[in-house]
Design a binder for this molecule. Structure first.
Ligand code: ATP
Ligand code: MG
Length: 569
């Protein structure tokens, strides 16, 4: 390809709405242009990178016995109503009617369509396992489309669905996908961690998110500093912290005028914060009052709390509702809360505390020497605490670190959720009808491209990992009007192409400085410079974008040497 023909309009000024490097750089370097909020055109450079990512995905999906298909993007509402998700997806789904008034949506995901496909064709265990996948646009009317391709409303996803005859089969399919994802993201040159994630109502260790590590990421993950444990902070389990043994003291009420915060209470009483209990009150979608209690220096993990009480949504509780249940905001504890009006959930670490300080459910009053086991009465005891830096790893006990990342893929054991709802069954070895056991596995293809840039860029531009660079090598004749330079550049271009190296020749009649700047901005892994020295002194300069290393090769050895450099990249 010749740069003079390449449609890659660069930008000097980046729109203010581009907040993160991948968004800014893809606009500046001419990879994408916005069509509407969260909707983008991929220009040739972006499309080349996306096709390379897709090719890697295809190879690994096929190697894991996946079969590629293409399902419709427009999907009839009937299937979604059958699965019960037409309403659940709500505003996030783009819905429309055809000329006859029939309802459709633009597919945000394809569990319904594929389960319908398979239920009509698969009859026997002999046809299982079956792994089907596609790579196509998905549509989600995200509340906050932002960060360019990171959170789009139209984006490219690879989605694979596995169908097995039993849980053991699902375990095998899941493992295959987990391993394939590890290969895919490694081949794409990303730094990532598979992290345990929350699987909502299904529970258990049923899902992993593949997270590219990056400060700009929207996910927070807890990573062990010693073993390979990593979990989304919403999921990260925590063991009980056992308080040191103490003599049990009698419960005592004391006046704490206006001391509504933990800080104010400990200042007055001179207690360590580890001796106090914090209350947080929520209401759920069924308007139940849910009062959660954690140690004073801990935070409530709302996802764990939701799972503990089977709630779909939590909002901060209304003061009147708390008062009606016998709770006093600012002075709340389980003691005296009306169990008919409040669900009381206490973190397991709290239950191991002794002689603690908590509210007395009276204005300006706290208890000291409360003993949760002795004094709290009927409560639901669960791990509802949010992990924090330094907490012990649930696997090995070493301290965890909290870092940020970008969810680029997710593997999920669905079980029989959809096959049951949509009546997708098969006959087992004994001729008994059973529901198909399913898994789903997504990769955000366009998000992966953005994540690669978040991880690999500098002040001058993108630094593509070789495997997904739009072109691996750019040849820059310093002066394109100089016929000797152009001739040599053309020869090298031909040699690169003969070696099946993706190469771009920057034949534009621009100043060398401009071309060098563009090469750095677009982020080709290798730049070959052909200047007067190349022509007169046989010095072919090669620069590695990632390390800044410069090599001087000659006409006789550059071909071999370059192959070696590329191999190592
Ligand atoms: P998120 O939590 O970021 O909204 P999700 O968990 O809803 O994502 P999945 O349904 O698991 O997403 O979709 C599979 C993959 O598709 C995700 O791992 C992510 O890489 C990608 N993806 C999801 N939503 C978007 C989006 N709005 N824009 C770009 N990629 C997305
Ligand atoms: Mg996900």
């Amino acid at each position: 390809m010749y740069a003079s023909k390449l449609y890659a309009p660069t930008l000097r000024e980046v729109p203010a709405e581009a907040e993160i490097p991948s968004h800014q750089l893809m606009l500046r370097a001419g990879f994408i242009r916005k069509a509407a909020g969260g909707v983008y055109t991929y220009l040739p450079l972006a499309w080349r990178t996306l096709r390379k990512i897709e090719a890697i995905i295809r190879e690994e999906m096929d190697a894991a016995d996946g079969q590629e298909i293409a399902m419709p993007i427009m999907q009839p509402s009937e299937l979604w109503k059958e699965s019960g998700r037409w309403e659940v997806f709500g505003e996030e789904m783009f819905k429309f009617n055809d000329r006859h008034g029939r309802e459709f949506c633009l597919g945000p995901t394809h569990e319904e369509i594929i389960t319908d496909l398979v239920r009509n064709e698969v009859r026997s265990y002999k046809q299982l396992p079956l792994l089907l996948y596609q790579i196509q646009n998905k549509y989600r009317d995200e509340i906050r489309p932002r960060f360019g391709l990171m959170r789009g409303r139209e984006f490219i996803m690879k989605d694979l669905y596995s169908f097995d005859k039993d849980e053991a089969g699902l375990d095998v399919s899941y493992k295959k996908m987990y391993d394939a994802y590890t290969k895919i993201f490694t081949r794409c040159g990303l730094t990532f961690r598979p992290v345990e994630a929350d699987s909502g109502a299904i529970g258990g260790s049923n899902t992993h998110e593949f997270t590219a590590l990056a400060d700009t990421g929207e996910s927070e993950i807890a990573v062990c500093t010693k073993c390979d444990y990593a979990a989304n902070i919403e999921k990260a389990e925590l063991a009980v912290i056992n308080a040191p043994a103490e003599t049990e003291l009698p419960l005592q009420k004391i006046a704490t005028p206006d001391k509504k915060t933990i800080k104010a209470v400990i200042d007055q009483l001179g207690l360590p914060i580890e001796k106090t209990i914090k209350a947080v009150a929520f209401e759920d979608e069924k308007n139940r009052l849910i009062c959660a209690f954690v140690r004073g220096d801990h935070e409530v993990n709302e996802v764990k709390l939701q799972n503990a009480v089977g709630a779909v949504e939590l909002r901060m509780a209304d003061e009147q509702v708390i008062l009606a249940a016998g709770g006093v905001p600012g002075f709340m504890s389980p003691i005296g809360l009306n169990r008919k009006k409040a669900v009381v959930v206490v973190d397991c670490t709290v239950m191991a505390m002794k002689n603690t300080c908590c509210g007395a459910n009276e204005v300006d009053q706290h208890y000291i020497n409360a003993d949760p086991q002795r004094d709290f009465g009927d409560v639901l005891v669960k791990d509802i605490r949010l992990i924090k830096e330094g907490d012990p790893c649930p696997h090995c006990g070493a301290p965890v670190k909290i870092t940020r990342g970008i969810e680029i893929g997710q593997v999920f054991k669905l079980g029989i959720k959809y096959s049951q709802a949509l009546h997708a069954g098969f006959l087992d070895e004994n001729g008994r009808e059973k529901p198909l056991v399913m898994g789903c596995y997504g990769i955000g293809v366009s998000r992966t491209m953005a994540a690669a840039i978040e991880q690999s860029h500098d002040d001058n531009g993108i630094i593509w990992p070789k495997a997904i660079a739009p072109y691996e090598v750019v040849i820059v004749p310093v002066n394109a009007k100089d016929s000797a330079q152009m001739e040599l550049a053309e020869i090298i271009y031909g040699v690169m192409r003969k070696n099946k190296i993706d190469v771009l020749l920057d034949d534009r009649k621009e100043r060398a400085g401009v071309k060098f700047k563009d090469a750095d901005l677009i982020g080709y892994p290798i730049r070959i410079t052909i200047g007067p020295k190349a022509v007169k002194e046989d010095i072919i300069e090669v620069k590695v974008r990632k390390t800044g290393e410069l090599f001087n090769f000659s006409k006789t050895d550059y071909e071999e040497k370059l192959k070696q450099i590329l191999q190592k990249l």
